[in-house]
Write a protein that binds this ligand. Structure first.
Ligand code: ADP
Ligand code: ZN
Ligand code: MG
Length: 483
């Protein structure tokens, strides 16, 4: 029987505010002394009163508008109850039936089959993050658990999609696009590894032609795109197998176990009524003025999709190159800075997407901290264009620029790597190469045209790459017929 995969995602993003959502404690909590960024509000002490941080609403509105949502002008906060030691009040302040925004969408581009597809956003709401438990073990046995409340009260936005996603790959494309957007908006750093962006995936199998969705499981604990893809692939396989055997999928929450490469049972699914939602009596309903929404809408910066179009028009780049450049905001920024003083855009894009990304990746350095600045790269490319150095040598120089931070001009001068453009000098070397390789010359004479490339290679070796390959090729062609 034919069947389809159905996926809906719940994504939490930490908003980049300076202070927490309901108190003025700092949000700069990573690697800080445990419990040093806390106060009676985020520790949940009796009698402490929450006050809503306006900046949270602003960043939330920005995100909701960029995701084409309808904004609810009246917002209510709810208490969502559950017991866990990282939640000091015994409830989380969240939003339930009157969330910030509803009915949005994000359009993604799929390659196979090639199509644009709208993934609908069901809702977006604001809530607070919980603290963090640290479990101590000795010889593999649990000793005790410690709790750090520095993360308690960090503002979160929960983005919930409709079950419109039809494959694990589609889920990844959606998440990458969403991450690009929140980074462009400056509302979240989008880091899956550190947990500032987290994704829970709901997944089920629907039998073809069945009007109803299948029973879903929810998967948690994936902190990279790779883990999400693997966890979803695994879960599709597990559920299909159960259905083929005539068994039922049971509604439950499962956890991705990186080591075993499996999803494992965590708990059976709780339902909304288990949370005993009720309106938060310590916060007034929030009324959002239309003029505030309009102002934010006007100031939404250029997003990746528009930037890609602009790169294709202004810089004549292919859709593929443009996409890769705008994918990460600092990469696009780097390109634009360099393009101000260099107009071979295709070449520039190649060097950024090739050499620069290669070395940044190898050394695990972020684009913003690149030791080769946009203008330094332009300096190098101009030396190639002026025939001062060959492309091959430029690659070598680039590596040194990356490692030493020195300019191309200085490195070229010190290394004696300047290109030989003196025909006589090259001619001399060609004569030696032809003399030393009579068999290859013979091969060429008897019609094996490819033999000439070996001779070009020999000349390049003799000159340590300092000759211009085109010039060498032409000169060899001239000389070889004279023999
Ligand atoms: P719950 O009440 O269990 O939390 P919701 O209807 O609120 O379920 O949906 C939570 C998430 O699960 C949403 O992202 C939604 O798109 C997704 N979802 C709902 N039903 C299914 C299903 N049958 N298969 C896959 N995903 C689903
Ligand atoms: Zn606090
Ligand atoms: Mg729900």
């Amino acid at each position: 029987m034919e069947s389809n995969t159905v996926i809906g995602l719940e994504i939490h993003i930490q908003l980049l505010t300076d202070s927490k959502i309901f108190c003025n404690c700092s949000t700069d909590y990573i690697d800080r002394e445990p419990n040093s960024h806390t106060c009676p509000v985020c520790l949940g002490l009796p009698g402490a009163l929450p006050v809503l941080n306006k900046k949270v609403v602003e960043l939330a509105l920005k995100t909701a508008l960029a995701l084409n949502c309808h904004i609810n002008r009246t917002n209510i906060f709810h208490r969502k109850h559950y017991f866990y030691p990282d939640l000091p009040k015994g409830y989380q302040i969240s939003q339930h039936d009157q969330p910030l925004a509803v009915n949005g969408f994000l359009e993604i581009e799929m390659e196979e089959p090639l199509e644009n597809k709208k993934i609908r956003i069901n809702r977006i709401h604001m809530e607070e993050d919980a603290g963090k438990l640290i479990h101590l073990e000795k010889d593999g046995a649990a000793v005790c658990s410690l709790v750090d409340y520095n993360r308690s009260g960090i503002p979160l936005l929960e983005i919930v999609t409709e079950p419109d996603i039809q494959s694990p790959q589609e889920a990844i494309v959606f998440l990458q696009k969403l991450r690009n957007i929140v980074q462009y908006l400056g509302v979240c750093d989008g880091n899956l590894e550190s947990g500032s962006m987290r994704c829970d995936a709901n997944i089920s199998i629907r039998e073809e032609n069945s009007g109803r969705l299948g029973t879903k499981t929810e998967i948690k604990n994936m902190n990279s795109f790779k883990a999400i893809k693997e966890a979803l692939d695994y879960e599709v396989m597990r559920q299909r197998k159960l259905i083929e055997q005539g068994d039922k999928v049971s509604q439950e929450t499962r956890r991705w176990d990186e080591e075993s490469g499996e999803t494992v049972f965590m708990r059976s699914k709780e339902r909304a009524q288990d949370y005993r939602y009720f309106p938060e009596p310590d916060l007034l309903p929030l009324t959002i003025e239309q003029s505030w929404i309009d102002g934010i809408k006007k100031n939404i910066p250029e997003l990746p999709a528009e930037r890609k179009e602009r790169f294709m028009v202004d810089y004549h780049l292919s859709g593929y190159d443009a996409n890769r450049l705008v994918e990460v905001k600092p990469l696009g920024d780097y390109f634009e800075k360099a393009a101000k003083s260099y107009n071979n855009y295709k070449k520039l894009a190649n060097w950024i997407l090739g050499e620069l990304l290669h070395y940044l990746g190898e050394e695990n350095i972020g684009m913003e901290k690149s030791p080769v600045s946009p203008s330094a790269l332009v300096g190098l490319l101009k030396l190639i264009d002026q025939d001062v150095i060959s492309v091959k040598i430029a690659k070598n120089i680039f590596e040194q620029m990356f490692k030493t931070g020195q300019s191309a001009a200085v490195l070229v001068q010190n290394s004696g790597f300047t290109q030989i453009s003196n025909e006589k000098e090259i001619d001399g070397i060609i004569r030696i190469v032809l003399r030393d390789n009579p068999e290859t010359v013979q091969d060429f004479a008897s019609g094996k045209e490819k033999a000439i490339h070996f001779l070009v290679g020999q000349v390049m070796r003799h000159t340590k790459g300092r000759a211009q390959p085109d010039m060498v090729l032409n000169l060899i062609k001239e000389r070889i017929t004279e023999i």
